[in-house]
Design a protein around this ligand. Structure first.
Ligand code: C5P
Ligand code: C5P
Ligand code: ZN
Length: 484
């Protein structure tokens, strides 16, 4: 497979061979029953899980599901023991490709399926979905084996959608777009690669539309002053954090935050008002963070089944909601929402979202007060117990814009492991520019872990690990050796 950094022909459509291999995978899946579905706790993982649950229901299969913060040797052993008599088949979604050996050692009595987009080990990159290990055969769908870069061109939920589509189920095509946006695969300004094939399907099904517009959280659902005052990605200079400053800023542009019907949301604005607001924000960002200015406008994805002016209508807002459910340890709420629950579960999700966004704002404040350390190649911080390990990656990623960091370096965030006081959670984030120059955080995390006795991996642009506390110094030293 070609790296994103090399000349790489980005396909916007799966070729016939890939489709036929995915179809075959689907057939084998349909020949099995009594599934345990195991997925990742972020937006893409929750979306992946929902797409496969919907498919299994459609196929009339029995299933249970489990959402995990990560897949490591200890967790794999636990699931294997727990599932001994409970299920015959296990499907890993949005995880698993990096742990093929561990899975094969621990699940010899099960039929195993993996639908993932993380880079597999080199030996599993050949273009075949069936892997024969010493212990068992694994059915493995992963974009990298088809020459598609899973960090940018398709998400875990996108791959789940492709499997479901081959079995005649396109029901949750919009949720696959939510998963891709949740994994920030639109960070260049729009979704690329075979994500666009999913987008085309969504448009054909009449459930999605897209256009170029402002990309702040809350453009659909939040009153304008709140959208501006509570913006975290990016922070708006001299506005974020203050509803009054946000309201004054709007009034200075001649935009009224309220009208006779109540609060005005961004989507209520007329075209000229939107233009005026975007230009004024652009100018504000330009002196402070030209990158934030550039990324202010891009493609936005609207879910047409959802009511106007509600949170779920915008893919970015929907993804943030799923991320908050998963990372705040209530993933089942997110799954029910993907499957259509708009009553009790949706109400619960709204309070989870508020708690999550507050946790993120506090995390960023913590970094603003305590600062980051800076080495030649990267920034790093150890928040210890001050930032929850489940959100340290989100905060690390946001610090480029919120702390206006130099984009020539990547960011490494550490936090205490909440379940094991001898371990640290590591989350690393890079950006497109340095990935193009050759930074691959997934490889770095894997190699660093191998030396200090931890477990980790991920994508070139975003990766994570769990390492022994005493190995932190050595681990950072290894990361420092990276060439940029
Ligand atoms: O496990 P998974 O692939 O779903 O996790 C992806 C994580 O990496 C997300 O938290 C997302 O924010 C980050 N990511 C990113 N940019 C990409 C791909 C992933 O920031 N292009
Ligand atoms: O946990 P975090 O959001 O920082 O994860 C970033 C990416 O690294 C995700 O794609 C996740 O699946 C991956 N990761 C991993 N192994 C870990 C931790 C994270 O592969 N131990
Ligand atoms: Zn993913």
């Amino acid at each position: 497979m070609k790296e994103h950094t090399e000349e790489h022909n980005v396909k916007e459509q799966l070729d016939a061979n890939t489709r036929s291999q995915i179809k075959n995978f689907g057939k084998i899946l349909n020949d099995n029953n009594d599934f345990l579905l195991v997925s990742h706790h972020d937006a893409d993982g929750v979306a992946s899980c929902a797409i496969i649950i919907d498919l299994l229901k459609f196929l009339g299969k029995n299933y249970e599901f489990k959402i995990l913060r990560q897949l490591d040797s200890a967790i794999i052993k636990t699931i294997s023991a727990e599932s001994k008599s409970k299920c015959k088949s296990v499907i890993f979604t949005d995880m698993g490709s990096g742990q093929i050996e561990l899975i094969s050692e621990n699940f010899s009595d099960k039929k195993i399926f993996i639908i993932d987009h993380h880079l597999p080990q080199q030996e599993y990159l050949k273009t075949e979905i069936e892997i024969k290990t010493e212990n068992l055969k694994i059915e493995h769908v992963n974009p990298h084996i088809f020459g598609i870069d899973g960090a940018f061109e398709v998400s875990g939920s996108g791959m789940c959608y492709f499997v479901a589509r081959e079995l005649g189920r396109k029901n949750l095509v919009d949720i696959a777009i939510v998963g891709a946006v949740g994994d920030m695969q639109d960070s260049s300004g729009k979704l690329i690669g075979v994500n666009r094939e999913i987008l085309k399907d969504g448009i054909k099904e009449g459930v999605i539309k897209f256009k170029k517009d402002i990309r702040l959280f809350g453009r659909e659902s939040r009153p304008l002053p709140y959208m501006l005052a509570y913006a975290t990605d990016p922070f708006i200079p001299n506005i974020s954090g203050s509803e009054n400053s946000a309201a004054d800023f709007l009034l200075s542009l001649g935009i009224k935050p309220r009208n006779d019907d109540g609060w005005v949301n961004y989507v209520d604005l007329k075209f000229e008002e939107r233009q005026k607001l975007i230009s004024a924000l652009y100018v504000r960002f330009l002196n402070v963070s030209p990158y934030a200015a550039k990324s202010l406008v891009g493609e936005v994805y609207t879910l047409l089944k959802e009511k106007k002016r509600t949170l779920l209508r915008d893919a970015k807002e929907f993804a943030t909601l799923l991320n908050s459910c998963g990372r705040q340890k209530m993933p089942e709420i997110g799954i029910h929402i993907c499957l259509g629950d708009r009553d009790e579960m949706f109400k619960n999700a709204l309070s989870v979202l508020e708690a999550h966004r507050l946790m993120i704002r506090r995390g960023i404040e913590y970094l603003k007060i305590n600062g980051l350390k800076e080495s030649k190649k990267f920034y790093y911080f150890d928040a210890k117990g001050a930032i929850d390990e489940n959100v340290v990656g989100i905060i690390a990623g946001m610090s480029y814009s919120s702390l206006n960091l130099n984009r020539d370096k990547f960011i490494v965030g550490l936090a205490d492991d909440s379940e094991d006081s001898t371990m640290k959670k590591v989350s690393a984030r890079a950006n497109l520019d340095i990935v193009k120059k050759g930074v691959n955080l997934g490889d770095l995390m894997r190699e660093g872990c191998w030396i200090v006795g931890g477990e980790g991996g991920g994508h070139s642009i975003a990766a994570g690990a769990r390492i022994p506390k005493e190995g932190v110094g050595k681990f950072l030293e290894i990361l420092g050796g990276v060439e940029i």
